[in-house]
Design a protein around this ligand. Structure first.
Ligand SMILES: Nc1ncnc2c1ncn2[C@@H]1O[C@H](COP(=O)(O)OP(=O)(O)OP(=O)(O)O)[C@@H](O)[C@H]1O
Length: 586
């Protein structure tokens, strides 16, 4: 027995070693095969126009396979009959994802957004601290409508703006507003231009179908359609249909907001309507940004005014608002003052806009519309009892934009909070779920590629970025990591000190320019008067005393004027210095 065991022990050990070697060799063969498969998959992806990271593309594909069949058909959510609708029915929030473009493909980005109406999910690519483990972080949000990259603008229109067009055409005293919101280059202008074409056709066909029908609606025989288009850029309001003239926004004693000097043009046909829109679009302020060669840096507002043909009284108003592209602070760090203040102003106004739209359906009686020029101008879109709003948030699908995209979704989500409901139940997820800290509506799932069995090979192939999952601490580790991964966003921060200084700068600039203009005008009048005064003192029978007295008065006024302009210039220069200083901090 003792002899047998003494002889058997080395045999057992040898056998175990042989078995381990066999397993190792099998694992090596499997790994080799995995690498060959991975290379073949990468090649297939490249041929299909997806040169991005093969592993992340694979993870996204598997997530989509797991969630296939979860998209629901679109149904109208907004009451189009002009009634008051239920709570939340006054606002329709939807998202539209655009297809991945060549610029993103060239940067080897992959498509990181999945839209399964009513849900939109962003798959953020993550690496663990060791730099080799890859996983996805999924953020899902649910909206009234979620449109994927194959959805047409007609479909988007049908569920967002079209009900509002019927609403304004069919009622008196009503206000409807359509917003396009999103990261620069995500498709706001593309979507809004398409919508404008459909609005043009629908308004005129609605009006002609309803001729003489009913005085309570905007029937064609007694209604004229006028268009006004202006932009808000860096605190300034400029008329896009009238040589970009600078306009003033005033709130009168009754609380009515008036844009003084804004020109309106009558449109009698859809063609007139579109020609005006095109003229306005051509005058818009654009700059190249990282994400878009021709980025709109202004909020453009097209007002379609339904007026009584005789009295010119306003019956209804439809506002089509193409918002300026949101950019993160970090994207603007290297910019000059103009670009910096422009971005700050955009973010301030977008924050104010969110609060104002929320107030339409919220219980709050306070609508903070004075927080920005954009919201002040749109006051009646928030405060009228007959206001309806559609917000279309556009998404860029590229993997380098996921922080931005999550921010866009959060922004849209907070406008009208919806919960992840029956369309997305945890039981349908195959991976462990980590619930986000606060909102129920947010779903974060960490998904890992399980290649534990290849552990031995990792050390040999570390540079291949092989994926594996090997210990039980991963959940904690990921939670630790993601604590620091909240993207910086327009959403989570209130206006910073920098943003506040920028707003003061705009106010101060407006007052300084207005005073400077007044002083130039006054000066011109004095020059004319001084010329006459000089002539009078050079003739016969001159009254030198009167000349001297008037000249003294004029010089005194001029001195006071110069002092007044100087008095405004100093605080303005001080704010410029402050802005420069703060721009280095933020
Ligand atoms: N749904 C879509 N389908 C196909 N192409 C699209 C779509 N949306 C946008 N694009 C294209 O993407 C590019 C950027 O779109 P667009 O100019 O509309 O972005 P934007 O959000 O208005 O940007 P910015 O805020 O910088 O002005 C354009 O070339 C546009 O044609």
């Amino acid at each position: 027995m003792g002899r047998k065991s003494m002889m058997g022990a080395p045999d057992q050990t040898r056998l175990r070693i042989e078995a381990m070697e066999e397993q190792r060799s099998l694992r090596r063969t499997q790994m080799k095969q995995a690498r060959v498969d991975r290379a073949a998959e990468e090649q297939r992806n490249i041929s299909a126009g997806n040169p991005g990271d093969v592993d992340f593309i694979g993870l996204v594909r598997r997530w989509r396979e797991d969630h296939a069949g979860m998209a629901r058909p679109h149904r109208h959510t907004v009451d189009t009959n002009g009634g008051s609708g239920g709570k939340n029915d006054n606002i329709c929030v939807c998202i539209r994802k655009r297809p991945l473009n060549d610029k993103e493909r060239k940067k080897k980005e992959h498509d990181a957004v999945t839209v399964l109406h009513p849900t939109a999910t962003v798959h953020s690519a993550k690496l663990r601290v060791d730099g080799i483990h890859k996983y996805l972080d999924h953020n899902s949000f649910r909206f009234d409508h979620s449109f994927d990259e194959d959805s047409s603008t007609e479909q988007v229109y049908q569920y967002t703006a079209q009900p509002l067009v019927s609403y304004v055409c069919g009622g008196r005293g009503v206000r409807a507003t359509v917003f396009a919101y999103g990261q620069t280059g995500s498709g706001k202008t593309h979507t809004m231009s398409g919508i404008q074409k459909m609005v043009a056709d629908d308004i005129f066909s609605f009006l002609s179908d309803n001729v003489l029908e009913d005085d309570s609606c905007c029937s064609c025989d007694n209604t004229t359609i006028s268009i006004a288009i202006f932009e808000i850029y860096g605190g300034r309001i400029q008329d896009l249909l009238n040589k970009r003239n600078r306009l003033k926004v005033l709130e009168d004693g009754r609380g009515e907001v008036v844009i003084s000097g804004l020109e309106e043009f009558e449109a009698s046909t859809p063609e007139d309507f579109l020609a005006l829109i095109e003229a306005g679009q051509n005058n818009r302020t654009t700059h190249a940004t990282e994400a878009n060669d021709e980025s709109s840096r202004s909020h453009s507002i097209c007002q379609v005014l339904f007026r009584d043909s005789t009295s010119r009284r306003l019956k209804a108003k439809l506002s089509l608002v193409d918002l300026a592209g949101s950019e993160r602070g970090s994207d603007t760090k290297s910019h000059n003052r103009q670009r910096r203040t422009e971005s700050s102003d955009i973010n301030t106004s977008l924050l104010a806009l969110k609060e104002c739209i929320r107030a339409i359906d919220g219980d709050s009686r306070h609508v903070p519309y004075r927080q920005s020029k954009l919201t002040l101008i749109l006051k009646d879109s928030f405060t009228s009892n007959y206001a309806r709003t559609a917000m279309i948030a556009t998404l860029a699908p590229g993997s380098l934009s996921t922080d931005h995209t999550v921010n866009t979704l959060r922004y849209a989500d907070r406008i009208k909070e919806k919960k992840i409901g029956d369309s997305f139940t945890p039981s349908q997820r195959r991976s462990p779920v980590r619930q986000a800290k606060s909102p129920v509506r947010k779903e974060i799932v960490e998904e890992k590629v399980d290649m534990k069995e290849h552990r031995d090979e990792i050390d040999e192939n570390i540079s291949d970025n092989i994926l594996y999952e090997d210990d039980n601490n991963v959940e904690e580790e990921i939670q630790e990591l993601t604590k620091f991964e909240e993207p910086d966003n327009v959403e989570s921060q209130g206006p910073s000190e920098f943003d506040q200084v920028v707003q003061q700068l705009f106010d101060e600039e407006e007052q300084l320019l207005s005073l400077h203009m007044q002083s130039i005008q006054q000066n011109a009048e004095y020059i004319t008067e001084e010329n006459k005064l000089l002539e009078s003192v050079q003739g016969e029978n001159v009254d030198v005393d009167a000349y001297a007295l008037r000249l003294a008065e004029i010089l005194q006024h001029k001195t006071e004027m110069i002092q007044a302009v100087r008095g405004r210039l100093e605080p303005f220069r001080e704010l410029l210095r402050k802005e420069e200083e703060l721009s280095k901090k933020y």
